[in-house]
Every structure is written in structure tokens, then in C-alpha cells.
Design a protein around this ligand. Structure first.
Ligand SMILES: C[S@@+](CC[C@H](N)C(=O)[O-])C[C@H]1O[C@@H](n2cnc3c(N)ncnc32)[C@H](O)[C@@H]1O
Length: 287
């Protein structure tokens, strides 16, 4: 049985990067009248109680969403507005996850499909999301859904892939599933998150993805100079966007802004995976 629970990390710097980019993608999709779909393959519990024992243990949101709740700058204004809607008295008490962020920016004519495999997390997701005609919650394998459920009927929308990477082979396997999904829907937009840890599993993901036919792969990395101990040696956070709807400068501005607001030294890197070379000696991507 898998044991990862996102509530221990809810609202940390990685969530800010991930959800700020998610919000930007949703805003772009919602700018046109045609309906769209979001498939959230690893949905978590939708809404995280930051006063819970789990979230309070390391208060990871202090180095994350807590810094942006009352932020007025336009770079993250749509993201911060959602935080404020859920925390109207100016104190960060709950954190809306990917499913809830999507729900907030979707219209009745849009469709949200959330997958969560963990039984306990799935019950919490059901409680948080309730029933809505345009929302489907499924307790199944998100990787299988990633391949099986694309392309969407209307060919408009976004696939969000935010695994827990508890099983080490998930880094490499994910590249394979993405290549299969892309083959079925080469124009689809996919948002994928990965952690940057000492073990460097993310390099396997990037290398394996670079070796596939998948094109137009933009990467945003946010790296901390010194990782806080409580973040499980997570020294950085990466986002892959396949078929981004805007030029890299949009993601650069956003990633640099988050890095500049963190109270620790942090760096932002944005690059096309398509331009990265595989080192012939190590067989790994040169970054
Ligand atoms: C990083 S968390 C997701 C956080 C969520 N996207 C958010 O932003 O609030 C990863 C989630 O994936 C779930 N999970 C792990 N393996 C899965 C699988 N094969 N299929 C679907 N969900 C899975 C875990 O239970 C966990 O809730």
C-alpha cells in the first residue's frame, strides 16, 4: 500500500510553482468560449487543512503559499486570488490543491475528471469536491488514465500529472506513458510535476522523455540554494509543459518571480527539453 500523503507538503514552494502554472493554463483555456476538459491523474484530496497535525508538522507552506496569500503583484495575481477566496480573513488556514484550483476556474460547460488511487485520499477528495454535474471522481490508476483517456472529445483541455514518485521506476515509466498519450494526442497540453532530490530520479524522467518523439517540451525548474531539512532533501521542483500555449518568457517570468520572493536563495531555470543533448558517455541528459 502506498503511503504518500500530500497534506504533509501542501502549499510548499513546489505547490506554488505547480499551481501558479496550472492557474495560468486554465485562464488561457477559459479565455475562449469553447468548453474544455481537465484530467487530473493524481488529484490528491482537493483541499488541505493546514491546521491539521500532518500539515502543522513542518509547516512547509511557510516557505510557499504563505508568502503569496497577500501578494498583490500581477505575476501571480490569479493564483493569489484563489488562495484569498479560500482564506478570506487573511490567514492561510486551508490550501486548495490541483483539483480545487481547476474547479475554481472551470465553467459548468467544462469538464473535470479527477483520478486518485489511495482509498483514504479518495474519500477526502469526495468530501472536498462534493457532487457537481461537470466533475467526475474516479478511484483508479492515474497512469493508465493518462493513456486511456486522451484525446478529449472536444480536443481542448489539459492533462495534469502530479505523481508521488514513491516507486522509483515511476520516473522512467512516466516518460513511456507520456509518449503513448502524446502519440494519441500530439496537440494536447500536458503539465507534469517532478521533485528534485539528491537521488536525481528526475534526470531519468527527462532523459527518457528526451529519447521519445515527444516535441515542444518546456521545462521550468525552481532550485533552492540550501534545501530546508524538513523538505526531505527536496532541493528543487520541476514542471514539464508539453505544448505550452505561450512563449517560454511567460513561464520564465513566473518562475523567477517565485524564486525572488522566497526568503532563501533560489534559482529559476526555464529551457526547452528538445534542445538538450544526451551525453554519449553517461547516456544521461546534459543539464
Ligand atoms: C503529489 S500528490 C498529488 C497532489 C495534488 N495533485 C494536488 O495538487 O493537490 C500525488 C497523489 O497521487 C496519488 N497516487 C499515487 N499513485 C497513484 C496512481 N498510480 N494513480 C492515481 N493516484 C496515485 C497519491 O495518493 C497522492 O494523493
Amino acid at each position: 500500500m502506498l503511503s504518500y500523503q500530500h497534506i504533509y507538503h501542501a502549499g510548499n514552494f513546489a505547490d506554488v510553482q505547480k499551481h501558479a502554472i496550472l492557474v495560468k493554463l486554465l485562464k488561457t483555456l477559459g479565455a475562449k468560449p469553447a468548453g474544455f476538459q481537465v484530467l487530473d491523474t493524481h488529484a490528491g484530496r482537493g483541499l488541505y487543512d493546514l491546521s491539521s497535525e500532518e500539515a502543522s508538522r513542518n509547516r512547509e507552506y511557510d516557505l510557499g503559499a504563505g508568502l503569496f496569500l497577500n501578494d498583490e503583484d500581477k505575476v501571480l495575481s490569479d493564483y493569489s486570488a484563489i488562495l484569498r477566496k479560500f482564506n478570506p480573513d487573511g490567514e492561510l488556514k486551508v490550501y486548495p490543491g490541483s483539483a480545487m484550483m481547476a474547479r475554481e476556474l472551470m465553467r459548468p460547460s467544462d469538464k473535470l475528471v479527477c483520478i486518485e488511487r489511495h482509498p483514504g485520499e479518495f474519500i477526502e477528495l469526495q468530501k472536498a469536491m462534493g457532487t457537481a454535474a461537470n466533475t467526475q471522481l474516479l478511484q483508479e490508476d492515474g497512469f493508465k488514465a493518462l493513456v486511456d483517456m486522451v484525446p478529449f472529445a472536444g480536443r481542448r483541455g489539459l492533462v495534469v500529472v502530479d505523481p508521488s514518485y514513491e516507486i522509483k521506476s515511476e520516473y522512467r515509466d512516466l516518460a513511456k506513458y507520456l509518449a503513448q498519450a502524446w502519440k494519441k494526442w500530439p496537440q494536447g497540453t500536458f503539465l507534469i510535476w517532478y521533485p528534485m532530490l539528491e537521488a536525481q530520479g528526475h534526470r531519468q524522467l527527462l532523459t527518457a522523455l528526451r529519447r521519445t518523439d515527444v516535441k515542444d517540451v518546456l521545462v521550468s525548474e525552481l532550485r533552492l540554494h540550501e534545501p530546508p531539512k524538513e523538505q526531505f532533501r527536496m532541493y528543487g521542483s520541476g514542471i514539464i509543459i508539453i505544448n505550452p500555449p505561450w512563449p517560454p518568457a511567460v513561464v520564465e517570468t513566473l518562475t523567477q518571480y517565485i524564486a525572488s520572493k522566497l526568503p532563501v536563495k533560489a534559482f529559476a531555470d526555464v529551457f526547452w527539453l528538445d534542445n538538450q543533448k544526451i551525453d554519449p558517455e553517461t547516456g544521461s541528459i546534459q543539464l
